[in-house]
Design a protein. Structure first.
Ligand code: ADP
Ligand code: MG
Length: 252
């Protein structure tokens, strides 16, 4: 029996929370994303690894709706996202330079994520308290952003990203600016938090240890393409090619 692989792919995509199909992005002749196929199931945590310039951020940006595709499709819940603006995608995005608003207190920063989505005032206050509790900063709503440590600021940024209950949370080097011991602690906390919330996560990191501690599956990228996808242990034990093996051999 012959099978229409295009159709099969589309059907698989319909079962996934996120599916990229043949996704391509070109910048002035340079291919930043090259026919990328990737599916992320609900509740899954997927970490994207790869050298600088390999297309990791571009991958997140096309899913978030911040970057148009030159070819291919992005599906969320099986629906093609072409023409769907970023704020309608139900996707949260947290960058490394998370840029809290210094003139707002902690609560004001977290509430920003809610205000954008038009929640009522009383509901907002309750939700902010809940979110701060969730990220381990209970009662911190009135604190000035400038009085927080780097790790605490990172937690506030995370609370802000989680505020509108995104069905998919995307993190771009979320812990990149923190020192290693704090990162290691936060990764363990994040893993528990995401499991508790059932959050689906697509996270970019350049830190293998972080990816292997956090992810159900890892994606290794090279020059805009996916070099390998798999469970962390499988990728670690059976790298697909010399590039992946070499990449994993470096300890960042
Ligand atoms: P990574 O996050 O893995 O470091 P990026 O996705 O940021 O990689 O970039 C992938 C490639 O696309 C790089 O070569 C980068 O220089 C290029 N690129 C990314 N964004 C733009 C842009 N807005 N204009 C031109 N080139 C870009
Ligand atoms: Mg990047």
């Amino acid at each position: 029996m012959t099978v229409d692989t295009g159709k099969r792919r589309a059907e698989r995509g319909a079962d996934s929370l996120l599916a990229l199909q043949g996704a391509e992005v070109r910048f002035k002749g340079h291919t930043a994303l090259d026919t990328v196929d990737l599916e992320v199931a609900e509740h899954e945590i997927v970490c994207v690894l790869g050298p600088s310039g390999s297309g990791k951020s571009t991958l997140l940006r096309v899913v978030a709706g911040l970057q148009d595709l030159d070819a291919g499709r992005v599906l969320l819940d099986g629906r093609d996202q072409r023409g769907v603006p970023a704020h309608r995608r139900g996707v949260g995005l947290m960058f490394q330079d998370h840029q809290l608003f210094p003139q707002r207190d902690v609560g004001g920063n977290v509430a920003f994520g809610l205000r954008m989505h038009g929640a009522a005032k009383a509901e907002q206050a309750a939700r902010v308290a809940e979110l701060l509790e969730l990220v381990g900063l209970p009662g911190a709503g009135r604190r000035a952003v400038g009085s927080l440590s780097g790790g605490e600021q990172q937690r506030v940024a995370l609370a802000r990203a989680l505020a509108p209950r995104p069905r998919l949370l995307m993190l771009d080097e979320p812990l990149g600016q923190l020192d290693r011991s704090l990162r290691e602690r936060l990764v363990v906390e994040l893993r528990e938090l995401f499991a508790e919330l059932g959050t689906t996560v697509l996270a970019v990191t350049h830190d293998q240890g972080e990816a292997f501690a956090l992810a159900d599956r890892v994606v290794v990228m090279r020059d805009g393409r996916i070099a390998q996808v798999g469970a962390p242990l499988d990728v670690w034990q059976r790298p697909a090619d010399a590039f992946v093996a070499r990449f994993l051999g470096f300890d960042n």
